[in-house]
Every structure is written in structure tokens, then in C-alpha cells.
Design a protein around this ligand. Structure first.
Ligand code: ATP
Length: 417
């Protein structure tokens, strides 16, 4: 028996993971058995109605227990909890709950894949739920059924875990009290990642949601250790570990070429830098990436901070592989890139063999002449010079932790050795 829940929060509070955590504790106290970890599945980062990280949750209950326990009671507990905790006042909060009794099929996995790569309508999700025989519950517009179905259906060939600590009700919306030095220690001593970025504590959300911190790792044992190291100046209401697709690059599809890429989807794409990167007001950096099929504007936005300085080192003719997606402005947002082949050649006018001064053009296809001694060369070809580049062939460069997308795989997870 699978349960999927999505779209219960708003920018002013709540978090679907918190609702799931409350629910799981309640179900366990009522004697229900939950199979494994609940799942937090991040979906298309460009979905138009997302509150923050476009995540849906799901969990699984072994079926045998329903010989003695009531399925109807289970469903009622879940639906009542959504009714009680979801932020219904927000226009953009349209919860959806899905119950599915059966095996996850290949077409369900394909649906989840599409939910990471395309924009899905409520109608489409509803039709699909009917087709597979899932039971849907829509609150208000019920948009959450899109993510609920995907959260239970998503195939996890790569995965990570996230430990979420939740705040007590009286502290929510106030400044969080997490000891920075202990987070630095935790980062150093455990096999976790994305914890800090200089003085910035990435484990701490900057919204008024009930989450106190979230720590991410490849395995859940590291999370238990991390929890013991982090010191807090406030109580924790509860903890929950989720199995997730965060930091797996699951949102990226290999683009055949630039022309085939679609807006609101994410790709790995190869191309040549066409022009010198330039900065516009607000600090956003752009350049054009091209291939035989066409070109696209690629961007490193202001929040990517020092990453922009690295991107600015690209020069026309560099062959690169970009990882990222195409957002609202139809611009490709870079999450990371790999240098495939640097253009390390510049072409200069020849030096006069007689007086060693740089020669000037003698006119189109008329070669070069020396202004000082009048020496002439008929050949019009400039002379190639190798230049030193500060970027390296074969190397990856990524956005800082503070600007990292939930789904973006950090280099520390890429086994680059
Ligand atoms: P949080 O991560 O803080 O829980 P959120 O960013 O996940 O919030 P939601 O409140 O869940 O935001 O809203 C996202 C909405 O978009 C949900 O209703 C979800 O069903 C829907 N959605 C998810 N993926 C897609 C998609 N590919 N196309 C269209 N809608 C989608």
C-alpha cells in the first residue's frame, strides 16, 4: 500500500515533510507498520507552482497488516491530518493525496520520470491515477496529486538520505539557534555533504517553515552520527530521515543537441562558447553556447556568487559540457560544467624579422607590412600563439553549496577519481 502527499505548504509556513513526519508518528502510535524510510522526491525544478524545492513525499505500508487493521481508518487518519495541517489559506496550496494498492509498474516509473522533466497538468495526473487504479483525494484544486503520484512511482537507481530536525511550535518563525562551530565539526567528521559554505550554514533553511535543519548523506548511519555532533540552542520536536533523489542529477537528460532542448526541462548539453561572457545589472553573467543545430543563452545568476568568476574565464572557442536547465526566461541556468577542450590559442600579427616590431595588415589579403622598416610579407595568415588558461581541460566546476539545486549532484558525489 503506497501513500503519496504533496502541496501542503506555503511560503509562510509548513512543510510537506513535516506533515509526513507527524503522520508517520501518529500511524506508528496507532500500530500501523511502515516499510523502510519515507521518501522525499524532488520533481521538476521549473514546475510553475512550486513553493520552494518542488518536493513530494511518499511512504509504503506492508499489506499483510490490513488483514487485522482497517484500511479505511488509515486513510481517514491521513486525510484528517492533511485537512488539519495544510496551509489552505494560501491560493497556491492545493494538496493532493494518493493511495495506491499494488506494485509500482514501469509506466508509473515513466510517469515519475516525466514529472522530473516536463510540466504535467492536474488532468493528466488524474487520468493516469484512474488508469493505474490509484485512489486520489484532491483538496481545493488538488494539484498535489501530480507530485504525490510521482513521489511513490519514482525509481531510485541513485539516492541519498536527509535527516530533518523539526522545531517546537513556539519557536517556529523565529531565528534558529544552531551552533556554527559544531556544524563545521560535523561536516569534517561525518560522511555528509552540503552542510556549510564558508560562514553560510546550508543545513539551516531561511524560511519560516518548521524545519530546524536538514543534513544530507549517502547513508543514514552518517546522519545518526551527525545529529549527535550538532549542538543546538533550542529544543527539537522530532526528527525524521527521508530517502531522497536529492543530489543525484535525476532531473538531467542528455540533450541530443541545443535545438532539441525544451523550456522547463534540464539537460546535459555539449557546445562551443560563442562569445565572451558578459555581466548585466544585478550581477548576472551570460554567454552564448552554440553547436551545429543552434545556440542558447547560458547564465550564471547572481546567487551563484564566485562561480560567476569561473564562468567569466571561458572564452570563445572553448568546448564545454553544461549541466543545468532552461527556466522562465528561456535561458539555460548552469549548475555545473565540464571543460572538454579549451581554446588555448590566440592569433597575432607576425613580428618583423628585420626589426622585431609587430607588423600591421597591409590590407585585405595583402599580407603584413612593417611600419618601421617597410618590410613586407605576402602571407596574410596570423601567427598562432598558445596561451595559458586558468581553467583546466577535463575539469568540472560547480555552483557553490549556497546556490545548489536540491537535485544537482555535487562533485563530491561524482567519483571523479
Ligand atoms: P516544499 O519543497 O517546501 O515542500 P514545494 O516547492 O514542493 O514545497 P509544493 O507546495 O509541493 O512546492 O508545490 C509544487 C506543486 O507542483 C505541487 O502541486 C506538485 O504536485 C506540482 N508539480 C510537481 N511537479 C510538477 C510538474 N512536473 N509539472 C506540473 N506540476 C508539478
Amino acid at each position: 500500500m503506497y501513500v503519496g502527499i504533496d502541496d501542503t505548504d506555503s511560503p509562510d509556513g509548513m512543510c510537506t515533510t513535516y506533515l509526513c513526519n507527524v503522520l508517520l508518528k501518529k500511524l506508528k502510535s496507532e500500530g500501523y507498520i511502515i516499510d523502510g524510510f519515507p521518501r522525499l522526491i524532488r520533481l521538476n525544478p521549473f514546475a510553475p507552482h512550486k513553493t520552494r524545492g518542488n518536493g513530494g513525499v511518499s511512504f509504503k505500508l506492508p499489506k499483510e497488516q490490513f488483514k487485522t487493521k482497517s484500511l479505511d481508518v488509515l486513510k481517514k487518519i491521513i486525510l484528517d491530518e492533511v485537512e488539519e495541517l495544510a496551509m489552505f489559506d494560501c491560493d497556491n496550496t492545493n494538496p493532493g493525496v494518493v493511495f495506491y494498492d499494488g506494485e509500482i509498474t514501469e509506466e508509473m516509473e515513466n510517469y515519475a520520470y516525466r514529472t522530473l522533466h516536463e510540466i504535467i497538468s492536474i488532468k493528466e495526473a488524474e487520468d493516469f491515477a484512474n488508469h493505474i487504479g490509484a485512489e486520489i483525494h484532491k483538496f481545493k484544486k488538488g494539484r498535489g496529486i501530480i507530485g504525490s503520484l510521482a513521489a511513490m512511482s519514482c525509481k531510485l537507481t541513485d539516492y541519498t538520505y536527509e535527516l530533518l530536525a523539526y522545531r517546537t511550535p513556539e519557536n517556529r518563525g523565529t531565528k534558529r539557534h544552531i551552533d556554527y562551530d559544531s556544524v563545521v565539526r560535523m561536516d569534517r567528521e561525518t560522511d555528509t555533504f552540503e552542510n556549510i559554505d564558508g560562514k553560510y550554514m546550508a543545513i539551516e533553511p531561511n524560511t519560516p517553515c518548521p524545519v530546524l535543519y536538514g543534513i544530507r548523506a549517502n547513508d543514514y548511519h552518517s546522519l545518526e552520527k551527525a545529529r549527535e555532533i550538532v549542538k543546538l540552542g533550542e529544543p527539537v520536536e522530532s526528527y525524521c530521515i527521508f530517502l531522497t533523489n536529492q543530489h543525484t542529477d535525476m532531473h538531467l537528460a542528455r540533450a541530443e543537441n541545443i535545438a532539441n532542448m525544451k523550456q522547463y526541462s534540464s539537460y546535459i548539453v555539449d557546445g562551443i562558447v560563442k562569445d565572451k561572457p558578459y555581466t548585466i545589472e544585478g550581477g548576472h553573467l551570460f554567454f552564448t553556447l552554440m553547436d551545429d543545430s543552434g545556440e542558447i543563452e547560458a547564465a550564471a545568476y547572481e546567487p551563484t556568487k564566485n562561480f560567476r568568476k569561473i564562468v567569466a574565464k571561458l572564452r570563445p572557442g572553448d568546448k564545454i559540457r553544461l549541466y543545468g536547465g532552461i527556466g522562465k526566461e528561456n535561458t539555460y541556468n548552469i549548475e555545473k560544467f565540464k571543460v572538454l577542450k579549451l581554446n588555448d590559442v590566440i592569433y597575432k600579427n607576425p613580428v618583423c624579422p628585420k626589426c622585431n616590431k609587430t607588423m600591421t595588415s597591409a590590407g585585405k589579403n595583402k599580407g603584413f607590412k612593417c611600419k618601421h622598416c617597410d618590410y613586407k610579407i605576402r602571407n596574410s595568415n596570423k601567427i598562432p600563439h598558445k596561451i595559458k588558461r586558468s581553467l583546466e581541460n577535463g575539469k568540472f566546476y560547480e555552483t557553490p553549496v549556497s546556490a545548489r539545486r536540491h537535485l544537482a549532484k555535487p562533485l563530491v558525489r561524482m567519483n571523479l577519481e
